[in-house]
Write a protein that binds this ligand. Structure first.
Ligand SMILES: [Zn+2]
Length: 384
């Protein structure tokens, strides 16, 4: 006789499954005994949940290690090598998609360059996002493996040519368009959340970590151990309208000196146009890219931005007091020294103590996007 599972039972099974998968992701193949110890659940519960994960294909049994003493060898389980996660990154001039193993290794990737809306008015928002689904499904068809999730990261205002500075977070819309078109659950979130999860799951940056992403808008993500502390769907984590000490540039919100008005890519673009360094029709995209790709004439603006960031950072760090703050931005060495030097000095002045700040470059946007899918799957591996 089978009994129907209550939502509470399902939640508990998901929690145990989640603990098992996290343990396998961190430590590689493990025997049932060690997994039982790691979860703190009874061995009966752990065995049942492992059996369920074996049936769903999330884990597989691997080669037994020869026993040291007498007795049968224990058969370890490991993450299934043929489960994959897909990352889609939506940017205003390109869609990038990649497929990864559960450990983050890239199996395939594709870059689709096209203006998403500005230069092609026939392409509306829905057909553009649906196009991303097509690209992802085509890529998936050529890769062995079953997806456990599709992660989509996007920044504010990606759908433009629109240089009004207004950030459009159309995250829920994207989720609604993609969900019926994909064969696995879709998780859409902001660029900074994707970067924070990628660092955590695939680059082993553990503990209490604050991540700051500098692009068109400036966002933060706070990871404490395995959990993102700020809300999903791009809510929480924007510091666009905090005031940078000493900054005076008017902001779209009516204040002066906001982070957005002094540090965002749009702010830099406006400043370059104002100072006659760029013709007004230059696309905003010119502000993105690596330090090597930049126009040398714009260097002083980037350096000033680094100083602004350094001035506002200590107040942000004080709010969370993380063990480590990581800046994800395209900065050269001079900018990094200006930013970190200013931030560390000011933090010491305010608190009398030191803090840790580090910088990491961004290597693959779709990989960060795929980490959103991995995290969503790890949180609910047996479904709802
Ligand atoms: Zn503002």
């Amino acid at each position: 006789m089978t009994t129907a599972r209550t939502p509470l039972m399902q939640e508990q099974r998901n929690r145990t499954a989640s603990q098992i998968l996290r343990c396998l992701l961190r430590n590689g193949p493990q025997g049932r005994k060690r997994l039982t110890a790691a979860t703190g659940r009874s061995s009966t519960t752990v065995t049942k949940v492992i059996n369920e994960l074996l049936i769903t294909g999330a884990v597989v049994e691997s080669t037994p290690t020869p026993p040291r003493g007498a007795g049968r060898p224990e058969v370890p389980v490991e993450l299934s090598p043929d489960r994959v996660v897909v990352g889609i990154h939506l940017y205003f001039n390109r869609i990038t998609v990649s497929v990864h193993t559960l450990r983050g290794e890239e199996l395939a990737s594709v870059v689709h360059r096209q203006p998403l809306s500005a230069d092609d008015p026939t392409k509306d928002f829905t057909s553009t996002v649906a196009g991303a689904a097509e690209i992802a499904n085509e890529l998936l068809a050529g890769v062995p493996g079953t997806p456990v999730g599709i992660g989509v990261a996007t920044g504010g205002g990606w759908q433009g040519g629109d240089q009004t500075g207004a950030n459009q977070w159309r995250i829920q819309e994207i989720e609604q368009i993609l969900t019926p078109r994909m064969s696995a659950p879709v998780t859409v979130d902001t660029n900074v959340h994707a970067l924070a999860l990628e660092q955590h799951w695939w680059e082993h940056i553990d503990g209490d970590v604050l991540t700051l992403f500098v692009g068109r808008s400036i966002g933060i993500a706070h990871m404490r151990h395995d959990a993102l502390q700020l809300g999903r769907f791009g809510r929480g984590g924007s510091i666009d309208h905090l005031i940078v000490p000493g900054a005076t540039q008017p902001c779209s919100c009516g204040q002066c000196g906001c982070v957005e008005a002094s540090c965002g890519n749009f702010a830099l673009h406006s400043a370059a146009v104002r100072q006659g360094l760029l013709p007004p029709e230059t696309p905003l995209l010119i502000m993105s890219g690596s330090p090597e790709e930049r126009l040398p004439a714009l260097e002083p603006l980037y350096l000033e931005r680094a100083l602004h960031l350094g001035r506002v950072l200590p107040a942000v760090i004080r709010m969370y007091e993380p063990e480590l703050t990581i800046i994800r931005a395209a900065m050269n060495e001079a900018e990094w020294e200006a930013c970190a030097g200013t931030a560390l000095d000011r933090y010491r002045t305010i608190t009398g103590t030191d803090t840790r700040i580090d910088s990491h470059t961004i290597t693959s946007w779709p990989r960060a996007s795929a980490a959103l899918a991995l995290d969503a799957w790890l949180n609910q591996p047996l479904g709802s």
